[in-house]
Design a protein around this ligand. Sequence first.
Ligand code: PGA
Length: 256
Amino acid sequence: MKTYIVGNWKLNFTVGEASIYLHKLLKALPSYRDIQVAVAPPLTALQPLSLQVDRHKLKLCAQNAFYRDYGAYTGEVSFNQLRGLIDYSLVGHSERRYIFHEDDKTVAKKVAAAIRNHITPILCIGETESERAFGETADVIRDQLIGGLSEVADDNIHKVIIAYEPVWAISSAKSAKLATPDEVAEVVRLIRATLADTYGAKATADIPVLFGGSVSPSNAGGYLTVPGVDGLLVGNASLILNEFIDIINIAKRVRS
Ligand code: PGA
């Protein structure tokens, strides 16, 4: 299985800044067979970057899209409209869930819409600080996982990627704390067990599970060696080109 390194740029970079970043990244990046690098720029940059990108080296990812393909939905952009521009899309990122009130039903429709449009959804799940404190982590993870995948046909289940991002570890959280590799390992084990119990071990063994939450060059190696972790979703550190390249190189070293 490949190791995935995905940069989530959130609400950062103009089209011009995004293009310069991509140019430099492509120049610095060899085409690795075993490392799948992707970046999730803001929506406005997806179209121009799709003309600039070398897909052997790097793929484009959306941060979000709407679940209907077309219609009277002012202000939305559909997976159908992004088809051909991107290979991946984040779905259900915690900032979508908690700032924009996306619930598991909406997330499930988006996961299905991405697959319908030949885009690989990266379903983001994770507990908040208070859910962890009240011992609800396992329930939250199971609910978000089963809920988010509820509209995926069984024979399409291999088309998803899961990202475990504890909300309390994301750098934008008020008092963000680093998750320990043991904490990550425990939840990733639960994610894999839940997938296997629900859809069968064979059908889900190759589903990539990524980790995200204040990933940086200093902790990337530790997270990448957690059993069951197949890659990283990187926010803040991906905005600094050299840090993102360092993380990709760490992934390469861990792989070889
Ligand atoms: P962070 O963001 O690396 O800045 O914590 C990760 C994410 O929100 O996907």
